[in-house]
Design a protein around this ligand. Structure first.
Ligand SMILES: [Zn+2]
Length: 68
């Protein structure tokens, strides 16, 4: 009983997807040196999100407190 279903992907049947992943931060194509991000900056942004424990907006800029 030949179980060669249709699920078998034939040669040259690759997914139509760009080999380059998009940067999860800004959506630009990731760079080899910084993948999956496009740049050290985006990598840093993602890291900060992790460190802050949530995907909240990073602290506001100092010296901009409206205290009264
Ligand atoms: Zn980016």
């Amino acid at each position: 009983m030949p179980a060669r279903g249709r699920a078998a992907a034939g040669p040259g049947e690759e997914k139509r997807q760009s080999p380059v992943k998009s940067c999860p931060i800004c959506g630009k194509p990731a760079s080899e040196a910084n993948k999956p991000f496009c740049s050290p900056r985006c990598r840093d942004v993602d890291l900060n999100r992790w460190l802050s424990g949530s995907y909240a907006i990073p602290g506001r800029p100092l010296g901009d407190e409206d205290d009264e």
